[in-house]
Each structure stands twice: as structure tokens, then as C-alpha cells.
Design a protein around this ligand. Structure first.
Ligand code: ATP
Length: 138
């Protein structure tokens, strides 16, 4: 079979474990498509949806940073947090998005750490909203 094992792991739990046909992730250097037999590599990921094709169906999963490790017959994604579409609370993500946007508006750019934190919170919220509303595959 033309598949490889994909595991998505967070410090809390195993989010996903399945034989898949392909995986597309947003690495720090751009989009990366992984098919069976891909050369081994490790690369950091952006806060972005990843997209997985398995059994002829493509699903997107919200992955918040971390790394992808490509091994011979297995790909592991290690992230701080990750959610399947069905596990996302959209209202919570909408509230987090508004909160982050409010913070970004109020802050001066000098508060660099707070600014970066709010930007990342905004990216997580936007990623969750995209994945849960089925727009994670663009
Ligand atoms: P919030 O401000 O709503 O807590 P956050 O981006 O700060 O969002 P994280 O620190 O990324 O949250 O995640 C903390 C835990 O809560 C993780 O287990 C994550 O999977 C979960 N989580 C966060 N937001 C949501 C959501 N909208 N739907 C489902 N689970 C969520």
C-alpha cells in the first residue's frame, strides 16, 4: 500500500495516528508536501492547518507550531497543541481572536514580547476557525 504512518503528538495526548497517503504542512520555509518514501528530515512548523489525505478523504488539522520529523515509514508531528476539526470549540476560538486583536490594537510596538504573544494567539485562533469551518485546505 502506498501509505505511511502519521502520528500527531502533543504533551497531552496522541491526537492522530493513521496510515495516510499524503501530508501537507506549513514549515517555516514554506509549504511542504510529503508522500511515501520522502527523504528523512526535521523541520519546524508554523502555526497553521495541516492537511492529510487518507482513504481518499482530505482532512485538515489545527497544529500550533512544533516540528515535523520524516522517517522512513513514519512521520511524526510534535506540537504544543493540535486539534481535529470535531474537537474545536469555535466560539472559544472567536473569543480568543477578538481578545488577541484587541491586545494588538492597544499595545505599542515597544512591548515586543506581549506583541509577539498576541500575534501567536491570533494565529492559533485563526487556524482553529479555518479548520473547524472547513477552510483549512487553502
Ligand atoms: P485560549 O485563549 O482560548 O485558551 P489558547 O490559544 O491560549 O486559547 P492553547 O494554549 O493553545 O490555547 O491551548 C491550551 C489547551 O486548550 C490545548 O489543549 C488546546 O488544544 C485547547 N484549546 C485551545 N483553544 C481551543 C478551542 N478553540 N477548541 C478546542 N480546544 C482548544
Amino acid at each position: 500500500m502506498n501509505t505511511f504512518l502519521l502520528e500527531i503528538v502533543t504533551p497531552e495526548h496522541l491526537v492522530y495516528s493513521k496510515q495516510v497517503n499524503s501530508l501537507t504542512v506549513r514549515g517555516v520555509n514554506g509549504e511542504l508536501g510529503i508522500l511515501p518514501g520522502h527523504i528523512p528530515l526535521v523541520t519546524p512548523l508554523q502555526v497553521a492547518p495541516l492537511s492529510v489525505k487518507a482513504d481518499g478523504v482530505t482532512v485538515s488539522i489545527a497544529v500550533h507550531g512544533g516540528f515535523v520529523e520524516v522517517h522512513k515509514d513514519k512521520v511524526t508531528v510534535l506540537a504544543e497543541s493540535a486539534e481535529l476539526p470535531k474537537d474545536i470549540d469555535v466560539e472559544r476560538a472567536e473569543a480568543a481572536k477578538e481578545r488577541a486583536e484587541r491586545r494588538l490594537k492597544l499595545q505599542s510596538k515597544q512591548d515586543e514580547i506581549d506583541h509577539r504573544r498576541a500575534e501567536l494567539a491570533l494565529q492559533r485562533a485563526v487556524t482553529r476557525i479555518k479548520v473547524s469551518t472547513g477552510k483549512g485546505q487553502q
